[in-house]
Design a protein around this ligand. Sequence first.
Ligand code: C2E
Ligand code: MG
Ligand code: MG
Ligand code: MG
Length: 287
Amino acid sequence: EVKQQGGNHYTFYTPTCDHELSERIDLEVALRYALEREEFQLYYQPQVSLKTGNIVGAEALLRWKHPQQGMISPMKFIPIAEETGLIEPIGEWVLYQACKDSKAWRSQGLGCLRVAVNLSGRQFRTANLRQKLVQVLLTTGCEPDYLELELTESLLIRDAELSIQQLQALKALGLKIAIDDFGTGYSSLNYLQKFPFDVLKIDQCFVRNLHNNKINAAITQSLISMAHLLNLKVIAEGVETQEELDLLNEFNCNEIQGYLFSRPLNLEEFQALVKSGRKLKVSQPNP
Ligand code: C2E
Ligand code: MG
Ligand code: MG
Ligand code: MG
């Protein structure tokens, strides 16, 4: 099967069996109606400061409740949304919703919590992304410095010069840029200083079993020092254990996100957690 994506780009699907193909087509059809049927929901995973133990922000994570199949992982449907172009309306919905919620947290006195939104490659390359963002910020009243956009390296290096220009245009709006899943892709250290990032997110594959894996510990420690030299804030993803947390704290990591503190929560659960005032227990940093 050949699908036209516009321009001269074609994607060839080579399903291993008919079942896979029909499942993929079913998902694609259902995805087309998911927005108007209001099947999407944003979940929020707290980002916690290691300095204070307080929640300082949240990453918005998209959830799709398929009418028959139940919850479908974004790892499964985001690539389909990308290939079909559906990511554009879906991504706009995510931005709007996240900014609206983040603004509400401040107006309701829940605290000055920023929100991080994942952008896909296709969204990043949309010519009018900047205008879309301006529109979303104006309609929701969300202050731009409370919005952080998460991008992956593989998405940015494809056309580095153009990416840098686009990032600068977005940053001129006052929002923040985070590099997501750092360490899993191209990871050229040169790009770290070339691109105007504010935040580096260390991928969970380095964080996992940090205390039992000397190599991962060395990589994580040097990534954090290097990020700090470049004036980037560091968030460690996927922190699941106290041992991982203790080492990250020793390495002067700024914030963490992970099951140890909280799984991603729906809006009501997230707000309840913030209201409860629960803090992350952080051991004293080494002298
Ligand atoms: P990501 O941006 O790297 O998000 C982090 C993923 O790690 C999330 O998976 C989160 O639930 C999971 N996670 C967080 N803490 C832990 C932990 O302690 N242990 C483990 N094992 N996992 C943890 P999720 O929600 O399934 O999202 C997967 C990916 O889908 C995201 O990776 C992101 O790339 C993409 N995604 C999610 N929402 C959106 C969206 O609105 N737009 C776009 N373009 N992509 C999205
Ligand atoms: Mg992310
Ligand atoms: Mg990530
Ligand atoms: Mg990831």
